[in-house]
Design a protein. Structure first.
Length: 307
């Protein structure tokens, strides 16, 4: 198939789909590239069978998904590729390029849900304390970085977009731009507020500037630099740097809130999840806490059974 990929039929409809993802949905460049890569692979499959993208049927797509499985691809990868085809054919049906969506009735490949990796509360506290107490030239910025991640649960992609004008001091919230350019307000606590103040005092540019500017103040710090900062901080804290990342801190935020009795729907809003099913994966961490509650507080827990 690799030889066919280099001789693909160029479908203008795929280019239109790409433009729609960017303009209407606000998909990020990496997401669009991923979709197009999966579609490119599917078009190559169709070419080997002399089938047009616009005349494809449900059974052909099912054969394609099955062939991916036989080739050794994981259920997760097959599900991702089917997702790309669903998006494409939904667009083509809407634009009346095809008479019907052939993916509509295809079942998603079953896959085990990966539980999120997260830090314990003690590990997170160690990370934060290290930022505060380590003698580091970048101390003020490191403190705010870890404070913001853990206090708000925002994504790294959201953090690097924050401008000083996004901080709502009176309401103690930050306006965050998430996936699909959707905005939400996330609150910050007093500790994070002080970290914000200390960091901003160290900056020297207009109120419209980036909260985390790069050496070129017209641009924000890169994701790569933030990953380096969190790895360096983990090493200073004596933690396994392979276990610590901005996304792991986000998982810790959600996990620790739920452990302390937070409402699942509130956590969903804070994380910016569209579907609450995405947030529900964090409830696995509550199992031991729930068992402990039943064993310690249920009226029958301490009563011996009568024979």
């Amino acid at each position: 198939m690799s030889q066919v990929i280099n001789k693909l039929i160029i479908y203008p409809e795929v280019e239109q789909f790409s433009e729609m993802l960017a303009s209407e949905i606000g998909a990020r460049p990496n997401t669009i590239t991923s979709y197009l890569s999966d579609i490119k692979h599917f078009v190559a499959f169709l070419a080997t069978h002399d089938i047009s993208l616009l005349n494809c049927t449900q059974s052909i797509i099912e054969d394609y998904i099955s062939e991916l499985g036989r080739s050794g691809l994981s259920d997760r990868t097959r599900a991702r590729r089917l997702c790309a085809l669903r998006m494409l054919y939904k667009f083509l049906a809407k634009e009346k390029k095809v008479s019907a969506d052939p993916t509509k009735l295809i079942q998603r490949p079953k896959q085990g849900r990966r539980l999120p990796k997260f830090l314990t509360e003690q590990e997170t506290e160690t990370l934060i304390n290290t930022a505060y107490h380590a003698n580091h030239p970048d101390k003020t910025r490191r403190i705010l970085f870890i404070e913001l991640l853990y206090a708000t649960g925002i994504r790294i992609s959201e953090l690097i977009q924050i401008k000083l004008s996004d901080i709502q001091w009176q309401d103690e919230c930050i306006l965050v731009t998430g996936k699909g350019n959707k905005q939400r307000m996330v609150p910050f606590n007093q500790s994070t507020k002080q970290a914000l103040i200390n960091h901003i005092k160290s900056l020297s540019f207009s109120p419209e500037g980036w909260l985390f500017p790069s050496s070129n103040v017209t641009k924000s710090l890169t994701r790569q630099r933030f990953f380096q900062i969190i790895k360096e901080l983990a090493i200073d804290a004596g933690l396994d740097s392979r276990k610590v990342s901005p996304h792991v801190i986000r998982h810790a935020f959600a996990t620790h809130l739920l452990n302390h009795g937070a409402n699942l729907m509130n956590v969903q809003k804070l994380l910016g999840h569209v579907d609450i099913a995405t947030t529900e994966i964090y409830t696995h961490v509550m199992t031991d806490k729930l068992k402990e509650t039943v064993f310690n507080y249920h009226p029958l827990a301490s009563k011996p059974k009568k024979s």
